[in-house]
Design a protein around this ligand. Sequence first.
Ligand code: PLP
Length: 440
Amino acid sequence: MFQMDGHQIRITHSRCSRSDIIAQMARSADQKGRDDAFFLVDLADVVNNYRRWRRLLPRVTPFYAVKCNADPILLQVLSLLGTGFDCASKGEIGTVLQMGVAPARVVYANPCKQISHLKYAARNNIDLMTFDNEAELYKIKSTYPLARLLLRIATPSNNDVLYDLSTKFGCHPGDVSGLLGTAKNLDLDVVGVSFHVGSGVEDPGVFFESLRRAHLVFEIAAKMGFALNTLDLGGGFYGHPGAPICFEKVAAVLNKSLDTFFPLSSNVKVIAEPGRYFASSAFTLVASVIAKRMCTTPAEKTDPHGLATLDPKKLSSDKPTYMYYMNDGTYGSFGLVHFEVSRFIPRLVKEPASDVTFTSSLWGPTCDSVDCVLKEVALPELQIGDWFYFENMGAYTISLQSRFNGMPTPECHYICDEDIWKTVLKQRQKPMNRHRSEST
Ligand SMILES: Cc1ncc(COP(=O)(O)O)c(C=O)c1O
């Protein structure tokens, strides 16, 4: 075991798979009488994703989107690797500054900022920030006139995306000149363009079109006397194995688009704000069955007096269905389950006693009936205490957890492959030249 920021890191060897480690941890939890859900966090996965990013997108510096998952060890590893950070609020800025990250490694990428948060950014020299509307420009003028601004533009409408962020943010092409004109009149320093194609994008073509739009903005700005030098590609990248689109394809489209619109000779600094890409596959959620209900049919058995209206489909089969209640749910790590159902696949830790499967549903631990994780899934019969796990659980899970009904949030347990620990993380863990942030 090693330590990182007071957290234990278990060193592993390549011959030991993640599922082996999960099985060991589940056994150990049983022996100790522990029945809370937990996360297994694989730090080598973060390092490998970082290496792949550098290899495939050498021109683009990643600024990790803290909102995606602010786990302190994940942030620490990314900081050691040298990423920047995309922060949305005073709280996130404070978190990364407390870790010793220099202000130049932060972009305040929220186009609609609270004034007190903007003042905090000003006091801490977080000067690179996005905007997309006129009121924001006046706010910045009176609060932080020396800020360096990135104009966030809307991206083309796109159906192949989990969350289309341009419904809420981004200046429309027709408004670009007017907004830049206001910035000019206010003597504000616009240094570049940002966009976000939406989280979970499946069509990489939207990057090409967004870069084309960004290039047009650079041209309009140049005519108005601005010398733009920064391009922020936002987030929206998948990183996990089996993703709807592989990172290699997206990187190829991006490199081609950059060569077309922002060749090396343009000297434009290119950054991005990946969240999901870095956080998703490193985190595996391990949960267990805390309660179980068998729903039998036919009707005579369950409802001899006809008190309930029964679903005729259920009456046609003698096979029972099962409801399983587990120790994490939609008020915990599955907050986005209704938008991304296909992402959540339960895998059993122990081989089932029989291959026969039953139509089952998985429910969270709270007393709320909307706390349903999976409405219908084929599973062998499970017993109370059986463990299963969900892969790729690092993005927008921990960051959305509540403690509704007093339920605990799963603890994180960290592992790291020995080679990566020795060659990458241990070496870089030197006392850092800390930048102290203000606490107010
Ligand atoms: C401004 C901004 N940047 C980056 C991200 C991260 O996006 P993703 O996790 O899809 O990479 C988000 C997500 O909402 C965002 O709003």
